[in-house]
Ligand binder design. Structure first.
Ligand code: G3H
Ligand code: 13P
Ligand code: ZN
Length: 297
């Protein structure tokens, strides 16, 4: 990610859960000649089982003509992170953002101490990814990443990348009214911190996917994500890893709904999941183009 920050693009970090999502992302990266990060959360490890999901991810990385790294997303407990370091992940996130500042520093430092000797890089998070609309300036300051705290945090932990809170949140309902990131804050953060910065909760929630899902029965009224023009601005201000889960899920589910509605006699899982995987792959490719990582592998 260091070359990405230096050269003004971002690596897409795409959440995967199973064979379909994993191969969708791997094929997208190969076709776009883009580096990519496969992200696996603790709840995916619980769902799929660590040996299965790691086995799939390692196979994808080995067969890939482009660099694919395997990342633990939102590891909250030391033991979970340690297991992933042992299992051969390329990088791990220790998310201590819900802890007190000093406790977040302590747990992050402990993770850095076990990860770095194995060549595994570490992402941490400071600040809270929560809706910030209709909050006072003081309330926003309490939630979003404080640049001085962030500088101290990076110096004390030796972390490789830092996830910052600048107004995004996870899921399909990010904003009730105006969709806006705190780019002023990001500018100050990027002046104080030279390591690559990470944007979580970055799905754009494309209206066409909401329309497709709705056409086939979904109820997703009011869903709203990051306007696409904000990505370029955020990348110019030091964001070098952009996390996307929701948009992939929306593409997958809208297509499953479409197939099941249009082909009522179909019951072969491959004929249902195959088109859904293709839809995910198109989303993955569009992120690579948008974040400027296409052609960088
Ligand atoms: O931030 C990460 C995800 O969007 C939530 O993932 O449902 O696999 O825990 P999960
Ligand atoms: P979205 O819910 O916006 O896709 O965010 C995903 C994410 O941050 C994963 O860590
Ligand atoms: Zn996240």
């Amino acid at each position: 990610m260091v070359p990405a920050r230096k050269n003004g693009y971002a690596i897409p970090a795409l959440n995967v859960q199973n064979l379909e999502s994993l191969t969708a992302v791997a094929e997208a990266a190969a076709e776009e000649k883009s580096p990519v990060i496969l992200q696996i959360t603790p709840s995916v490890i619980k769902y799929a089982g660590l040996p299965y999901i790691v086995g799939l991810a390692k196979t994808a990385a080995q067969l890939s003509p482009v660099p694919i790294s395997i990342h633990l997303d939102h590891g909250e407990e030391f033991d979970t992170v340690a297991k992933c370091v042992q299992a051969g992940f390329s990088s791990v996130m220790i998310d201590g953002s819900f802890r007190k500042f000093e406790e977040n520093i302590n747990i992050t430092k402990r993770v850095v101490d076990i990860a770095h000797p194995k060549g595994v890089s570490v992402e941490a998070e400071l600040g809270k990814l929560a809706g910030i609309e209709e909050r006072s300036v003081d309330e926003r300051d309490a939630i979003l990443t404080d640049p001085d705290d962030a500088k101290e945090f990076v110096e004390k932990t030796g972390v490789d990348t830092l996830a910052v809170a600048i107004g995004t949140s996870h899921g399909a309902y990010k904003f009730k009214s105006e969709a806006k990131l705190d780019l002023e804050r990001l500018k100050i953060l990027s002046e104080k911190i030279s390591i690559p910065l990470v944007l979580h909760g970055a799905s754009s929630v494309p209206p066409e996917l909401i329309e497709k899902a709705t056409k086939y029965g979904a109820t997703l009224g009011g869903a709203k994500g990051i306007p696409e023009d904000q990505y370029k601005k955020a990348i110019a201000l030091g964001i070098a890893k952009i996390n996307i889960d929701t948009d992939l899920r929306l593409a997958f589910t809208a297509t499953v709904r479409e197939v099941l509605t249009n082909s009522t006699k179909e019951f072969d899982p491959r004929k249902i999941l195959g088109p859904a995987k293709e839809a995910m792959k198109q989303v993955a490719k569009s992120k690579m183009q948008l974040f400027g990582s296409s052609g960088k592998a």
